[in-house]
Structures are given as structure tokens and as C-alpha cells.
Design a protein around this ligand. Structure first.
Ligand SMILES: O=C(O)c1ccccc1NCC(=O)[C@H](O)[C@H](O)COP(=O)(O)O
Length: 259
């Protein structure tokens, strides 16, 4: 049985091939690219930034939000004080849609990160056409030369990339390839367990000139305090925010402004 990433990648390959037949790259390139705010600057301009995630479901948790209104959630995130919004567009395992990225980017004034499993340059052009400010690139899915070329294309199209890493090897590859923003995903994909110690242990591998994002499993003020003490620049929070009815109060609880 292939592991979860292999399953997602296989499904993504089929989806991209189908999408290329529906909207060929030549046609996609005719689409005017919407202007968008800078994801990098939005994170850099804060002592500690919050990227809040819009996702209906995930392989580890199944359906998280049955009654799912992505645009409404994104507006609530912005009003709550998010500095950027992450939007899952992968349809089979996360029940996402590319349209969510487009609709949300059109509506909010903060940057939108397209969270998908980018394995083809077509998806980078598509992300720009959707109005994304940034994309996720997963270091373990791409060899170094490919990661470097995807980063160059992303930057050339005026977007930023969050390069997701899980170990020293991924981080070294990301830095050599020119990543300006590195994320550590705390979720172990073998058993789906999450532990923010993963980010803290790898913190010193990332130079201060590179933005450092801690991803997954964040749901308490104690964790946020610890991450701030360890010079983490930003956090990416999905499930905790998705399950909270009042987004503003949920963020205030993480910040210790509310019990
Ligand atoms: O979450 C999963 O089950 C998962 C499985 C396979 C690949 C990626 C997966 N998650 C994507 C993410 O990284 C999270 O959506 C993101 O970091 C937010 O995590 P959380 O706050 O724990 O929802």
C-alpha cells in the first residue's frame, strides 16, 4: 500500500493531466494574473504571524466541518486578525477546490496561500491565475533541481513559496534551492501524530534571514508561548480554527487575551 503522500501525488497527477486537457497552458497564460498582497511581507512585518487555514477535511481527521462555507470562514479569519489565509485546493483527500482560492483571494485583502501538492509547473501558473499570493512546495516531493526551478518560476510570477520540510535533509535542500520561507510540518505522516517539538528541534537549522513557519497541531496558548520563545516567525493553524465557532475568540485564546 503506497503511503499517504504517494496516494495524494498519484491522484494529483491524474487531476493535473485532466486539467491540462480542459484548460491548456497556452490558454491559462492568456488569463490576466490578479494583483495580490505579498505573503512574505505580511509575515515579515509581524513579530509573530498567524496563517489560518480553510479546510473541510483531511486524511488524518476525515471531515472536519460538515457545513462548510469557505468564503465566510475566510472573512471571519481576516476580521479575527489573521495575517494570511491558507486554502486547501486538493479535492480528493481534503475536499478542497481551486475555486476556493480564487473566491477567497478576490474577497479578502490579506495574502492567500494555495495549499496543494504541487508536482507540475502547470499548477504554479494556475495558482498565479487564481490570485494566490503564495504556494506550498513540499521539499520531499521534489528533487533539488526541480525545487529550485519551481521556486524561480514562483518568484518570477510574483508569488512566494512556503517550502515545507520535515527533517534536516529537507531543510538543507530548501535552503540550497533558494527558499525564503521554510515551514516545518509537525505531523508525522506515518501515524498522523503531531508534536511541535519537531519544529523546535529543527529551529537552529534555519538561518534568521529565512522566515520560519511552524505547521500543524497547534491549539494552545502554551504552544504559542513556546514557539515565540524559540523565534518562530509564523504559525499555520488549521483544525483548531476550523472547529472554533468564534474565530476571533479562538485567536484571542491562543494569544492569552481570553481564557
Ligand atoms: O492533515 C493531514 O491529515 C495531512 C495528511 C497528509 C498530508 C498533509 C496533511 N495535512 C496538511 C497540513 O499540513 C495541515 O493542513 C496544516 O499544517 C494545518 O494543520 P492542523 O492545524 O493540524 O490542522
Amino acid at each position: 500500500m503506497p503511503n499517504i503522500l504517494e496516494q495524494i501525488v498519484a491522484s494529483t497527477r491524474k487531476r493535473v493531466e485532466h486539467q491540462k486537457r480542459t484548460v491548456p497552458l497556452s490558454k491559462l497564460l492568456e488569463t490576466p494574473t490578479p494583483t495580490h498582497p505579498s505573503f512574505y511581507e505580511a509575515l515579515k512585518n509581524q513579530d509573530f504571524a498567524y496563517i489560518l487555514e480553510v479546510k473541510k477535511a483531511s486524511p488524518s481527521k476525515g471531515v472536519i466541518k460538515e457545513h462548510f462555507e469557505p468564503l465566510e470562514i475566510a472573512k471571519q479569519y481576516e476580521q479575527a486578525g489573521a495575517h494570511a489565509i491558507s486554502v486547501l485546493s486538493e479535492p480528493e483527500f481534503f475536499l478542497g477546490k481551486s475555486e476556493y482560492v480564487q473566491q477567497i483571494a478576490k474577497t479578502v485583502s490579506i495574502p492567500v496561500l494555495r495549499k496543494d501538492f504541487i508536482i507540475d509547473p502547470y499548477m504554479i501558473y494556475e495558482s498565479a491565475a487564481l490570485g494566490a499570493s503564495a504556494i506550498l512546495l513540499i521539499a520531499s516531493l521534489l528533487d533539488e533541481a526541480t525545487l529550485k526551478s519551481y521556486l524561480e518560476l514562483t518568484h518570477r510570477l510574483g508569488m512566494d513559496a512556503l517550502v515545507e520540510s520535515r527533517n534536516e535533509e529537507d531543510i538543507a535542500k530548501a535552503l540550497r534551492a533558494g527558499a525564503k520561507i521554510v515551514g516545518i510540518n509537525n505531523r508525522d505522516l506515518r501515524d498522523f501524530s503531531v508534536n511541535i517539538e519537531q519544529s523546535l528541534q529543527l529551529r537552529d537549522n534555519i538561518p534568521p534571514s529565512t522566515l520560519f513557519v511552524c505547521e500543524s497541531g497547534i491549539d494552545s496558548k502554551e504552544q504559542i508561548d513556546k514557539l515565540k520563545q524559540n523565534y518562530v516567525d509564523a504559525v499555520l493553524i488549521g483544525e483548531y480554527m476550523m472547529r472554533s465557532d468564534n474565530k476571533k475568540e479562538a485567536l484571542e485564546r491562543l494569544e492569552g487575551k481570553r481564557l
